[in-house]
Design a protein around this ligand. Structure first.
Ligand SMILES: [Zn+2]
Length: 315
């Protein structure tokens, strides 16, 4: 039997703003644990968030560079989950009216040849979580909130990616565009760019997608490639053995080259989203959006095309 891979990516990118998304703490990487924190990003009762306007500007900039529609009236929502990396016990994100929708990135079609578009379903703004440090020596888990509240864009693709090579090319293109626009340093080793990878397989010619699994926080091109190839193989083996693929979140271990089951996949309803009452909706004028468009640099693809035509260079 012939199978096709169906893959969609959720790429998280930390924005290169000086301060966090809802407070004045620095976004600088590293530092002594729990020194880049204040009463807002550590979730003290009675504090209120204020949106960093540079985050909105960078989100619009990214959306325009990725051929998106900009949502003139967008707002924040509360994503509730109880985990020590977020002291408020909820993350401020966007679900119902994300700031950008319906974009695309062009890549090489690894199956049919030529070019194809990977559609972008949406881009939303949200805050990053802190980091848990599992300390084997003292057999406990420590928490570092320096990263808590660092602004993130989540760029959600449609399941238009058909191979590990396409996924890598898509993330490479995204990274180049984000860097050209100056919105993120995209340092994968520091977690400024990381991908959640959704994979399913189906028989060639089938109309319905197979059951998908998700692998979270993959932060190198090699790991993205390996994870998709290994997960495709694992799912095909299950199907050929007459077993079922379970919808779940899996942890990819790149050094071992295997993924292991983490938990059953959450749906949006598990997070009990509701509109964030502490932040007003954001209204964007045409003038504001066009002002940002006018400052966009020449993007990688346009630059490449110009070099090829003006200097007769090969691709
Ligand atoms: Zn803070």
């Amino acid at each position: 039997m012939d199978y096709v891979t169906v893959c969609g990516l959720e790429v998280h990118t930390e924005l290169a703003t000086k301060t966090k998304i809802f407070c004045n703490c620095t976004t600088e990487f590293g530092g002594e644990p729990n020194t880049h924190v204040c009463e807002i990003c550590s979730g003290m009762p009675g504090t209120l968030p204020v949106v960093n306007k540079r985050v909105v500007e960078f989100a619009v900039r990214t959306g325009l560079a990725l051929n998106c529609e900009i949502t003139r009236y967008n707002k924040f929502d509360r994503k509730n989950y109880f985990y020590p990396d977020l002291p408020k016990a909820y993350q401020i994100s966007q679900l119902y009216l994300p700031i950008c929708r319906n974009g695309w990135v062009e890549i090489n079609d690894s199956v049919n040849g030529g070019k194809k578009k990977v559609r972008i379903h949406e881009i939303h703004m949200e805050e990053d979580a802190g980091k848990l440090v599992h300390d084997d020596w003292t057999d406990c888990t420590l928490v570092n909130y320096n990263r808590c509240g660092v602004p993130l864009l989540e760029i959600v693709s449609e399941p238009d990616i058909a191979s590990a090579d396409e996924a890598v090319e898509y993330v490479e293109k995204l990274r180049a565009i984000l860097q050209f626009c100056g919105v993120s340093d995209c340092k994968m080793q520091e977690g400024s760019l990381r991908a959640d990878v959704n994979v399913s397989v189906m028989e060639k010619g089938a109309k319905e997608f197979g059951t998908r699994t998700e692998m979270k926080n993959i932060n190198s091109f090699k790991a993205i490639h390996n994870a998709i190839e290994a997960e495709t193989e694992r799912q095909i083996e299950l199907i050929e053995d007459g077993e079922k693929v379970v919808q779940e979140t899996r942890r990819w271990d790149d050094s071992k080259g295997v993924s292991t089951s983490m938990r059953s996949k959450e749906d949006a309803q598990d997070y009990k989203y509701f509109p964030e009452p502490d932040l007003p909706p954001i209204k964007l004028s045409e003038e504001y959006i066009e002002g940002i468009r006018s400052t966009l640099p020449e993007l990688p693809e346009a630059k490449k095309a110009r070099y090829i035509s003006d200097y007769s260079l090969t691709e």
